[in-house]
Ligand binder design. Structure first.
Ligand SMILES: Cc1ncc(COP(=O)(O)O)c(C=O)c1O
Length: 383
């Protein structure tokens, strides 16, 4: 055996370039068409993408917007949520979820997540409502998050939300493309938002997002709000809005990517199953019930607190990147630590944030590379 340490090539965590190589001139041509017609804002590709996205998930309306964060802000604005109102959301999420709530002047109230799914625990919603009321707030909405690509448990969540009069907003920035009992994300809550950030399962080449709903009136208001509160024409402003539109070039890119999205979801599912089979005896692998599908925005395992950093370091030395989503939950972040937390506390959230570690995951991760990741994880943990 060679006495010198083998130099391993660096594995990308998410390989955006592999997809770019596959799509090649199709994307170049799509962007060139926009360059030719020069309708960079509200061009025909935006309406075409919206039509295709709505057909893809079965929602009546898909509305292209500038980012996943803007999508959330626009929904909250459209629902008139603001000062004095509470929006219940998980703390185990990306900062954008509570950020959107705070941006409209409302108060995020953090609720507990379930140990097995990392998604909001239906049993914890009541404690969050109590905390909101205790703080003198009016609980108006529940922002669920389909973390790592797995839909939250809407069958259990929706009745609880109804009992407490909470409007459900599905933050599906990580979950678009997944389903529950055959119903796609985009139709599981009265309104759904997503992000097309490049690293997302369906990503563009910059910032982008969308809102999905069956509610005609809400869709009209969001279309107006993303365009400076426009009424019948450009210089008729009927409400205070913002610049929240999806660029035509990004829509053109997304139309090409949407064509291969189902194939990519299937590839991600195959990889996750292989990872699960090869790792389930050494770590806690993600659990997906038979009733849900997952788009694997992240493949996240759990290791006992204390050995996570050593695992990350060992893998890094072998050219294998990892990520920790999220090492500090929102309720412990400087920006959000003064907001209320559900009665009973967030013990599961705190534990998960110390144990989760995500492995490389994308549709173009070949089997030898998957095997390299598996061997490195097993080797590191069995020492
Ligand atoms: C759960 C969640 N919500 C919202 C967002 C915000 O999306 P964007 O970056 O497009 O604003 C993200 C992005 O990572 C996210 O993961």
């Amino acid at each position: 055996m060679n006495q010198h340490a083998r130099i391993e090539t660096q594995i990308p965590f998410i390989d955006v370039a592999a997809q770019r190589r596959r799509l090649g001139t199709r994307i170049d041509d799509a962007v060139r068409r926009v360059m030719d017609h020069c309708l960079f804002v509200n061009g025909p590709e935006v309406a075409e993408l919206e039509r295709q996205l709505a057909a893809f998930c079965g929602a009546r309306h898909a509305i292209g917007v500038a980012s996943g964060t803007d999508a959330l802000v626009l929904v909250l604005m459209a629902k008139g949520i603001g000062r004095g109102d509470a929006v219940i959301c998980p703390s185990f999420t990306y900062a954008a979820s509570p950020e959107a709530v705070a941006l409209v002047g409302a108060t995020p109230v953090f609720a507990e997540v379930a140990e097995t799914t990392f998604n909001i625990d239906p049993a914890g919603i009541e404690g969050a409502v109590a905390a909101a009321k205790g703080a003198g707030l009016d609980p108006k909405a529940l922002m669920t998050v389909d973390l790592f690509g797995l839909p939250a448990d809407y069958e259990a969540i929706n009745p609880v939300a109804e009992k407490f009069g909470l409007y459900v907003i599905d933050d599906a920035a990580q979950g678009f493309g997944a389903d529950a009992k055959g119903r796609m994300i985009g139709t599981l809550a009265p309104v759904t938002t997503t992000s097309f950030f490049p690293a997302k399962p369906l990503g563009c080449y910059g910032d982008g997002g969308a809102v999905f709903t069956d509610d005609d009136e809400l869709a009209d208001v969001i279309r107006s709000l993303r365009n400076h509160g426009q009424g019948t024409d450009r210089y008729d402003n009927v409400r205070v809005g913002m610049t929240g539109r999806l660029d035509t070039i990004q829509a053109a890119v997304l139309i090409e990517k949407l064509r291969i999205f189902p194939e990519e979801i299937a590839a991600r599912e195959r990889i996750a199953r292989r990872y699960n089979a090869a790792l389930q005896d050494v770590v806690r692998v993600p659990h997906v019930s038979n009733e849900h599908s997952c788009v694997w925005a992240q493949y996240t395992i759990r290791v006992s607190d204390g050995c996570r950093d050593a695992l990350a370091q060992t893998l890094r030395q072998q050219g294998i990147p990892t990520a920790q989503y999220y090492p500090v939950p929102a309720h412990r972040q400087g920006a959000y630590r003064d907001y209320p937390v559900a009665e009973g506390g967030l013990g599961v959230t705190d534990r998960l944030s110390g144990e989760v570690i995500s492995l490389p995951m994308h549709a173009y991760l070949d089997e030898p590379t998957q095997d390299r990741v598996v061997a490195a994880v097993r080797g590191a943990l069995q020492k």
